[in-house]
Design a protein around this ligand. Structure first.
Ligand code: ZN
Length: 262
């Protein structure tokens, strides 16, 4: 993930956070985010500069003056945007601290996730390129893993990571289909997305390739490394006997890592 900081200081909602305009803002700031809403722009423009200014970190210049870091953009604030830099690389622009209250998902019959959730947009390319989709999907997974680590969120928790459509279905946002049309086209679901976030977080705890404390026999090297990378075994005493209680612990570890059981 390439994360660029672009504080939206000219945005009305950003300023309401700075000024602690009412208790919706102070509550969000004090409690911190409870989840994340995933959006796509459905606008067929993958460039960050369309929405994010000024031109920092290679974003490029918006010559149409229609970006969202202006008072005229109105009462809308996303925490982050994923799209292309001037040179075509994928990046994430963070526009406010994660504990600011944004406005991004509307209101439903039961309330709004604006009061509890971070919102970010993935800029789409008209849903055309599989290559572009895979890159921004990966960027979005890594962004959510980053936020979940920083804000101590469980990506598999009920209602923690939701799409805009799921927010609407829960009565916590407006009716919208994003980003499901795009995800569907390239074979992804929100359940897969949440699992990918969890896997990314697990993988980051022990970077694959970190050697286990004790080296195993040559024939077992791949399995020994895998069991260690996945936190199933501690990587010590590779040639010692295996006790029944150790077996039970490994089974529990497998379960906790989501490999087996309920
Ligand atoms: Zn949306």
């Amino acid at each position: 993930m390439k994360l660029i900081q672009v504080p939206f200081t000219n945005n009305i909602i950003f300023q309401r956070n700075v000024n602690k305009a009412d208790n919706r803002y102070t509550t969000f700031q004090n409690r911190g985010p409870q989840g994340i809403v995933v959006h796509d722009t459905s606008a067929g423009n993958p460039t960050l500069r369309r929405y994010v200014q000024p031109n920092v970190g290679g974003i490029g210049v918006n010559t149409n003056n229609n970006h969202w870091n202006r008072p005229e953009a109105g009462e809308v604030l996303l925490h982050a945007w994923i799209g292309t830099l001037q040179n075509g690389d994928i990046a994430t622009a963070q526009c406010c601290p994660w504990n600011y209250r944004g406005i991004h998902c509307g209101t439903g019959s039961r309330g709004t996730f604006n009061d509890s959730h971070i919102g970010f947009e993935i800029c789409d390319d008209g849903f055309s390129s599989r290559d572009y989709f895979s890159k921004v999907y990966k960027e979005a997974v890594e962004l959510c893993a980053h936020i979940c680590r920083e804000c101590k969120l469980n990506p598999m928790g009920d209602g923690v990571i939701v799409s805009h459509r799921e927010a609407g279905q829960r009565g916590m946002g407006s009716n919208s289909s994003d980003p499901h049309v795009w995800f569907d086209k390239f074979g992804k679901t929100m359940d897969m997305f949440r699992q990918d976030v969890r896997d990314t977080m697990n993988a980051a705890v022990t970077p694959p390739g970190n050697p286990p404390p004790d080296a195993s026999s040559e024939w077992a090297r791949e399995a020994w490394q895998w069991a260690f990378d996945n936190k199933l075994m501690d990587g010590t005493n590779p040639t010692q006997p295996f006790l029944r209680e150790q077996m039970a612990q490994v089974l529990l570890n497998l379960n906790r890592q989501g490999f087996i059981g309920k």
